[in-house]
Write a protein that binds this ligand. Structure first.
Ligand code: FAD
Length: 394
């Protein structure tokens, strides 16, 4: 069994690192690269971020696994993952939903007009997307979504509400799931549309989360979307959503930030004292560090299993669910342990005098709470493993 990357993959990693070292010297680096950032979704929109994405595009790091006829390079999916892992480890924006879930679904199911309009813009990093799935009564049970799409002359009229739609406040296009058949069984009456975020009738309100992550609620009041902007076949949206979520879990959950969090934890115990005793000299703390060292290695291996399954040509749904479940819960355990061993001082936040590590752990404790919810909760991941992996009854 060989856990190493191939020579070509290793060379690719070196190339990406060299590219990122160059980028780190540019004036915008402080804005777009921050290894302390808890999650990619914490990045807000900025000219610097868009400029950095353009550099990724110029370098050919966007759409590497797409077919050549659509401007891709037909590389294996592992290269998308590898570039994201390197981006995550320097806290730079990931290659994201455009080339991942949306681009791949448009390639597979989109009409000629959608391909022509969107694929070049995605490859050039010209547009940002927002995913519009969740609703107040439809999160884990997404198939219960109720956003109503009714047929009208030349297209559809959308009415209803979405919630927790990250990046709705700056995205250019909305990838939105709506109900187009109210009489069909719930999985069979859903369709997916692409809609400009500037469409009249959309109202976007900020939701502040406990992890300082901005997300949004979005209201639809007679929002028009043209027939051409329906993805694939009418009422087949559930299939496209499931495929797109699989792509998302594969490329978006990197282990680099978890490894960085663990390294910071080790730094903490080597530098902070409790009652005059260095944390690293306290037996219970030493046991914790040893356990986390093992668990971070386990998370890394689970991620390698995702890559290995994808390299065989499949969509690694079960492997990605296991990796997401384990690594997001481990991130929480590390943040929780840091607060436990720091005592009251651990609750001091960034910018406050005497806050250990400038409040990193207070923030991490709040931010990691979101990781086990976004992209499917831990319970949903367990259900995927139970049903699809172990074939247990529903
Ligand atoms: C940071 C962040 C970013 C997000 N970004 C987006 C986005 O861009 N676009 C978007 O559409 N959505 C987004 N979401 C929403 C996210 O997908 C939902 O919050 C998530 O799917 C859970 O849905 P819910 O909040 O409605 O909780 P619910 O589904 O109501 O779940 C509540 C609790 O019940 C549990 N539960 C539910 N069903 C079951 C079951 N069958 N078995 C066992 N337990 C169950 C859940 O695990 C959870 O603990 C984001 C969420 C977060 C936190």
């Amino acid at each position: 069994m060989n856990f190493e990357f191939s020579a070509a993959e290793q060379q690719f990693i070196e190339d990406v690192r060299a590219f990122l070292a160059e980028e780190a010297r540019k004036p915008y680096a402080r804005e777009v690269m921050n290894p302390e950032r808890e999650a990619d979704s914490m990045l807000s929109d900025s000219q610097e971020r868009r400029a950095f994405n353009k550099e990724l595009a110029k370098k050919g790091y966007l759409g590497m696994s797409w077919p050549k006829e659509y401007g891709g390079q037909e590389k294996e999916g592992i290269f998308d993952y590898l570039v994201n892992e390197e981006l995550a480890s320097v806290g730079a924006p990931l290659i994201g939903k455009g080339v991942g879930c949306i681009g791949k679904t448009v390639i597979k199911h989109g009409n000629a007009k959608l391909k022509e309009e969107f694929l070049p813009q995605i490859l050039n990093a010209d547009i940002e997307f927002c995913l519009g799935y969740s609703e107040p009564g439809a999160g884990s049970d997404l198939a219960s979504l109720k956003l109503k799409a009714e047929k009208c002359e030349g297209g559809w009229k959308l009415n209803g509400q979405k919630i927790y739609n990250t990046s709705a406040h700056f995205a250019d296009w909305y990838w939105v799931a709506a109900r187009t058949d109210f009489d069909a069984p719930k999985h069979k009456g859903i369709s997916v549309f692409l809609l400009p975020m500037s469409a009249p009738g959309l109202t976007i309100n900020e939701i502040k989360t406990m992890g300082d992550h901005r997300t949004n609620e979005v209201f639809f009041d007679d929002v028009f979307v043209g027939d051409d902007y329906l993805i694939g076949e009418l009422n087949k949206g559930w299939l496209y959503i499931c495929e797109a979520l699989d792509y998302e879990r594969f490329t978006l959950y990197t282990v680099g930030p978890l490894q960085k969090k663990y390294e910071k934890f080790v730094e903490l115990v080597k530098t902070e004292k409790r009652d005059g005793v260095l944390l690293a000299d306290i037996p219970e703390v030493r046991k914790l560090v040893a356990r986390f060292a093992t668990e971070v290695e386990t998370a890394t291996m689970l991620q390698r299993r995702v890559i290995a399954a994808a390299a065989k040509g499949g969509v690694p749904t079960v492997e990605a669910a296991g990796c997401k479940l384990y690594s997001t819960q481990l991130g929480q355990r590390i943040a929780n342990a840091a607060l436990d061993i720091l005592g009251p001082a651990g609750m001091l936040h960034e910018g406050v005098d005497y806050a250990p590590m400038d409040g990193k752990w207070e923030h991490s404790y709040r931010a990691t709470a979101l990781d086990t919810i976004g992209g499917g909760t831990s319970e949903v991941q367990k259900n995927i493993i139970a049903r699809r992996g172990l074939e247990l009854p529903s």
